[in-house]
Design a protein around this ligand. Structure first.
Ligand code: TXE
Length: 478
């Protein structure tokens, strides 16, 4: 299958003849080709978005909310397609693709339909004047997304962006373009006005950077690696574009000695290894209090070793393949580094898999102990199924360790005393912390990080704020 860009309401071939093979992570086999778009393709998409601006910003909030609902309905009718395409494209287990990716892609559109419909400006009274605050569209948005949660993250940006009256150009990861294409089929089918949502495929160098620095792009919402995020920020800054960066993480799971061990083991395994550890929120450093260290780590290893790894299309599979051969090499490099840094690999290695999966990017879930808490492996983002475990003495030490990375995205605390958990959580310098749970999301809550994890917040009213310009009209009383 050869994919096409979607510009001004039409699927269009790209202008050049460069393509990238789309590979199945589980087998290494090619199953599609994605266009490597050129700057002129990006230009056409931005122009289409710019031309569609006037009409779309005039649509009422409730009209725009109705369009979001129509997209949600149509996406819902393709629920199984989303799950199977996402599983094939990313290598993640089908059960996860269904429960997380397909589910959230639909609910993102539904959630923002409701928020946009109900959104109202604010009024601030003064003794002699009234301030009327309204939220106007920013203009043309560049939405750049990564490969770990392709449609989940794209829909998280598209829905509030167009809901608030912006028109957009999407640039999905070149490694996982399939469900972005599906979204364009949906947009086409429901008959959204041409130019409101456009899509250019391609890599970061040719399409991504051209899009970010395009003169007619007014805002950039980027999710991806920290290094790429800094290039995006550098390109957007001279033109004062509105920017939101959701980058990497090195999150701690803090296990306190009064925790419910069964709950904590299950929760910390899920947090460490969901999507093969390729989620920015994953708890890849596990800090365990002295008194329960041996008990917890023993149970943790048992649970990790019982996970079923293999064919992503098998309903029983819990762990799939890594996104690419290159990424696998990076993860393997970190495991080697862990040994050089003095760590002990408690479990890991290569899974024994059937022949058809031989060409895929496979590695077993790996747990390393004995590393210093400031070692590279325990402070840098590995973004794979590799977790380091560390011992701590008291809550202050746990907080100190949790805060000794340049990242600041998320974390979790496991305890039988929720007020103790809340106190520890409040001391962690990250955008989000869960107590006795992980990745339990209320879409109204803010999402984002500090430090190397990014700038800005999305989610609920924060998304509506980012994808709009708050404007105040102050009227002096007669
Ligand atoms: O992502 P990139 P990569 C982390 C993870 C991973 C590392 C690199 O540690 O190992 O990032 O992953 C587009 N201007 N995360 O290289 O490059 C690119 O085409 C504009 C964490 O795969 O950040 C893709 O669409 N765009 C993360 C998107 O940026 C550019 C999820 C992300 O790609 C560009 C994924 C440029 N100069 C990886 N260069 C998370 N926060 O969840 C690339 N792109």
């Amino acid at each position: 299958m050869d994919l096409m860009n979607y510009i001004n309401g039409r699927f269009q071939a790209h202008s050049g003849d460069e393509w990238l093979e789309v590979l199945e992570p589980a087998t290494g086999r090619q199953f599609a080709r994605v266009p490597l778009s050129s700057p002129s393709d990006v230009d056409s998409a931005v122009l289409a978005a710019r031309d569609a601006q006037a009409g779309w910003r005039e649509a009422s909030q409730s009209e725009r909310a109705d369009w979001l609902d129509k997209i949600a309905d149509e996406l819902e009718s393709r629920y199984e397609d989303i799950a199977s395409l996402e599983s094939r494209d990313t290598g993640k287990p089908i059960s996860l693709a269904r429960a997380v990716d397909a589910h959230r892609s639909v609910s993102n559109f539904r959630f923002f339909a409701e928020m946009v419909r109900e959104h109202q400006g604010e009024v601030f009274e003064m003794p002699d004047a009234t301030n009327f605050v309204t939220h106007k569209p920013v203009g043309v948005g560049a939405l750049i997304t990564p490969w770990n949660l392709p449609l989940y993250l794209l829909s998280w940006k598209v829905a509030p962006a167009i809901g608030m009256g912006n028109t957009v150009v999407c640039k999905p990861s070149e490694l996982t373009p399939m469900t972005a294409n599906l979204l364009m089929e949906v947009v086409d089918k429901v008959g959204l006005p041409p130019g409101v949502i456009n899509l250019v495929h391609g890599d970061g160098r040719g399409a991504g950077s051209t899009l970010v620095s395009h003169r007619d792009v007014d805002l950039v919402s980027f999710t991806g690696g920290t290094l790429t995020g800094s290039k995006v920020a550098e390109a957007a800054a001279p033109q004062f574009k509105k920017i939101s960066l959701e980058l990497g993480g090195k999150n701690s799971s803090i296990v306190l000695d009064d925790c419910d061990i069964d709950l904590a083991v299950k929760g910390v395994v899920r947090s460490g290894f969901m999507n093969q550890g390729q989620v920015c929120l994953c708890g890849s450093r596990v800090l365990v209090q002295d008194g329960i260290y041996d008990l917890f780590v023993g149970r943790f290893i048992e649970e990790v070793e019982s996970m079923k790894i293999g064919d992503p299309s098998d309903e029983q599979t819990e762990l799939g393949a890594l996104i690419s051969a290159e990424h696998l090499k990076k993860v393997e490099g970190y495991i080697e580094l862990a040994k050089e840094e003095g760590g002990t690999v408690l479990t890991g290695g290569y899974p024994c898999l059937p022949k058809p999966l031989a060409g895929g990017n496979w590695i077993a879930p790996t747990v390393v102990s004995g590393l210093k808490t400031d070692s590279r492996c325990s402070t840098e983002e590995i973004f794979g199924p590799v977790v380091t475990v560390h011992r701590f003495h008291d809550d202050e030490e746990a907080v100190r360790i949790a805060n000794n990375t340049r990242y600041g995205l998320a974390g979790s605390v496991w305890t039988g005393d929720t007020s103790r958990g809340k106190k520890v959580a409040d001391s962690i310098h990250t955008g989000m912390v869960w107590v006795n749970t992980w990745l339990h999301r209320d879409l109204r809550a803010p999402f984002g990080g500090v430090g190397d994890s990014g700038v800005g917040r999305e989610g609920g009213k924060w998304s509506l704020g980012f994808f709009s310009e708050a404007t105040n009209v102050c009227v002096k009383h007669d």
